[in-house]
Structures are given as structure tokens and as C-alpha cells.
Design a binder for this molecule. Structure first.
Ligand code: ADP
Length: 254
């Protein structure tokens, strides 16, 4: 469904992503982890075509997007939904108008059908009947759920989540995690989730890709990542200060 082949991205002389090779299968939940500044958001922006790679190829559903025109890209983007870190809702619109936004912009559906779809998607995220509320009156977790309802309103094949649980308490984070997995189950979407919440990553991932300084250091199932022999991976998942600390811990425990 998504394939990155030998992708490099530089800003001027600074290389941000180096030789990224990654395949994400249909209906898979791929979680991207890595320290701040390692290139995770840049990777998401490449997949939606907001950035073009300096070299390499990016395939979405078999179509190479990196050389597409803006019009061609817009057609591909209709198959993708994005849930942003800060929800990115339109504050002057109601919840219902926010969720309907993509349907009104990109389809010719009659108003009655749009209203029906909005109601259905709000029900899926547990916000049934909240159409007329304004985003300002909602909690952070509820805003995230509206953002998810807006992303799924257009029935995308791919959902990209940028730090969906950032700033949420553990109970709400858990709820969002369950929504990510139920959305995959109910809609059959392929999901790419950038997160630094390890608990969340282990909870939802089919596979986890760890990025470090612009390179993918490991891609594997959650179970394999937990057992990884890579000191950088262990340092990150245990929140240690340096890879050496993990090596020392292993030696001490042996
Ligand atoms: P992450 O999402 O893992 O925190 P990002 O993808 O946001 O990392 O950033 C990766 C690196 O790219 C960082 O060092 C950041 O400073 C740099 N970067 C991001 N956007 C730009 C830009 N527009 N110009 C130059 N450098 C950038």
C-alpha cells in the first residue's frame, strides 16, 4: 500500500532522511518511533506528498507520487486522512461542519447524505450527537476524536496519525489507541502512526519502525522490538540516557 525506496531528503546541505526503505502493507498499523528531531514528521510529510524526496521513490497503492503534479497528488490525497498532533480543527466551525469539511470540498454528495455520513463517523469515534458543539468547548481528547472523524469522513484507504496521544492523560490515550485499532478493523484502513508513547506503540502496532538520526535502524513486530539487540532501540524504548547505559545494564544483569 505504501512503499518508500531509497528515499533521501535534504534541506540544503543537511541530510534529514537517509536511504529510507520501508513497505507498509494493506490494513497494517505501522508505528514510527524515534527521538525528537529524528525525521518522523518529515517521513509522514513525504508520504502525503507535502514534501518531495531529494532522491528515491514513494509509491502509494502502486503509484509513484514523488514526480506527480499538484493535481495528480490531490487525487491520491483523497485516499488519505491525516490526524494532526494539535487536532487542527477549524475553531469557527461546529464539530459537524469540521467533519463535513472534506465531503463538502471534494464530493458532490447531497446535503442529506453528508449529514448522515457525519453522524455515522461521529458515532464511530464515540461523539454521537455532538454536531452542533464548537471545538473550543471540547477537551483535548474529544478534539482528537473529532479530528479522527474528519479524517475518516471521506472513507480514506490510508490514515496517518502524527502524535495522536500527545498531551493526553493515560485513560484518554488508551481510548485513542483503541480507536486507532477499531478504525482499522471497521474501515480496513492502512495506518501509519508517529508516536513517542512506547506503551501506545506496543499496544497498537503490527510492526514498529525505529528512526534514529534520519535512518531506519530497525523494523519489526512489537515483540521483536522489545527483544531487540540494538542498543539504540533499547535505549529509546527504555528511556535511557545513552546506548551505553543499556549495554552496562545487560552486563550487570548477566
Ligand atoms: P521528528 O518528527 O522526529 O521530531 P522532524 O521530521 O520534525 O523530526 O525533523 C527532522 C529534522 O529535520 C530536525 O533536525 C529538524 O530540525 C529538521 N527540519 C525539519 N523541517 C525543516 C525545514 N523546513 N528546514 C530545515 N530543517 C528542517
Amino acid at each position: 500500500m505504501i512503499q518508500l525506496k531509497n528515499v533521501n531528503l535534504s534541506y540544503g546541505h543537511t541530510e534529514i532522511l537517509h536511504n529510507i526503505n520501508l513497505e507498509i502493507s494493506e490494513k497494517e498499523i505501522m508505528v514510527i518511533i524515534g527521538p525528537s528531531g529524528s525525521g518522523k514528521s518529515t517521513l509522514l510529510r513525504l508520504i502525503v506528498g507535502l514534501l518531495k524526496p531529494t532522491s528515491g521513490e514513494i509509491f502509494i497503492n502502486g503509484q509513484e507520487i514523488s514526480k506527480m503534479t499538484e493535481d495528480e497528488l490531490n487525487t491520491v490525497r483523497l485516499k488519505m486522512g491525516m490526524v494532526f498532533q494539535y487536532s487542527a480543527l477549524f475553531d469557527s466551525m461546529t464539530v459537524g461542519e469540521n467533519v463535513a469539511f472534506g465531503l463538502r470540498e471534494h464530493t458532490n454528495l447531497p446535503e442529506a447524505e453528508i449529514i448522515k455520513q457525519v453522524r455515522r463517523k461521529l458515532r464511530m469515534v464515540g461523539l454521537f450527537g455532538k454536531e452542533n458543539v464548537v471545538p473550543g468547548a471540547l477537551s483535548g481528547g474529544m478534539k482528537k476524536r473529532v479530528s479522527l472523524a474528519r479524517a475518516i469522513a471521506v472513507n480514506p484507504q490510508i490514515l496517518l496519525y502524527d502524535e495522536p496521544t500527545a498531551g493526553l492523560d493515560p485513560i484518554m490515550s488508551n481510548k485513542i489507541d483503541r480507536l486507532i485499532t477499531s478504525t482499522r478493523r471497521n474501515m480496513g484502513v492502512t495506518s501509519v502512526v508517529v508516536t513517542h508513547h512506547m506503551e501506545s506503540a506496543f499496544h497498537i502496532a503490527d510492526r514498529i519502525a525505529m528512526i534514529y538520526e534520519g535512518r531506519i535502524v530497525e523494523v519489526d513486530s512489537a515483540a521483536e522490538i522489545k527483544q531487540s539487540q540494538n542498543a539504540i532501540v533499547q535505549q529509546f524504548i527504555h528511556g535511557l540516557k545513552s546506548p551505553r547505559e543499556w549495554v552496562k545494564k545487560e552486563v550487570d544483569e548477566a
